[in-house]
Design a protein around this ligand. Sequence first.
Ligand SMILES: Nc1ncnc2c1ncn2[C@@H]1O[C@H](COP(=O)(O)OP(=O)(O)OP(=O)(O)O)[C@@H](O)[C@H]1O
Length: 262
Amino acid sequence: MRDTATVEPMLDIRNITLRFGGVVAIRDISFDIRQGEIRAIIGPNGAGKSSMLNVINGFYHPQEGEIWFRGKRRGPMRPHQIARQGLARTFQNIALFKGMTTLDNIMTGRMTRMKSSMLEQALWWGRAEREENDHREKVERIIDFLEIQSIRKTPVGRLPYGLQKRVELGRALAAEPELLLLDEPMAGMNVEEKEDMSRFILDVNDEFGTTIALIEHDMGVVMDISDRVVVLDYGRKIGDGTPEEVRNNPDVIDAYLGVSHD
Ligand SMILES: Nc1ncnc2c1ncn2[C@@H]1O[C@H](COP(=O)(O)OP(=O)(O)OP(=O)(O)O)[C@@H](O)[C@H]1O
């Protein structure tokens, strides 16, 4: 277990409340994500995890509270600004181009980093050519890292689920994010696929130094790979700490065993 207590927060969520009409999805929640850590957000069904992920990546705008990113208060953002801030994500239901190859799907992750104009790219002029080579090199490195060389030319729709999830991780990595958001990365996986995904998440964090925030329904695997865990239940924060602290927190135990709170 790493000690990140003295590390500056990369992202600071302060007293966030998010409502959908009369439904309060997130209620006055605060927590931070520190540089270099693996931070999990867990909780039972409807706890507010997806809503929180969408607040972090700037898709939802909370009615109350503040979000600070690298010491600056963050306002509402447009999609291209989100990527420029160094955020990338994967989705619970894989969002890849099924007819495109692994290689091309991962290449789309580099879009936000492309500098040459459409005209330059169309005519394959100097800067576009240099850029393309540079992007190809980065993508090949990711393919090696994720051990998916053998499927680089396979349309992703033909791949088994676990491998598609790995390609999706590759596409997010291609954007070279500072903060990588993973939406239920183990959902629908068998035990072996879960182990593989856990190993890749740890390796990404270790080798690229990427800060990772992930949401998960299932406690098990997450507890093994996370530095710190925040637990949500009915839109409230009921626990926050190391996996050990969270595991022994009576409110967390109650929430997972379905004990009533009224
Ligand atoms: N777009 C929306 N419109 C209205 N209500 C919403 C919307 N998104 C979420 N909610 C409500 O907010 C609450 C939190 O939902 P959220 O999807 O964030 O939970 P979750 O922890 O991700 O659940 P799950 O594990 O089932 O995905 C729920 O009561 C849900 O019905």
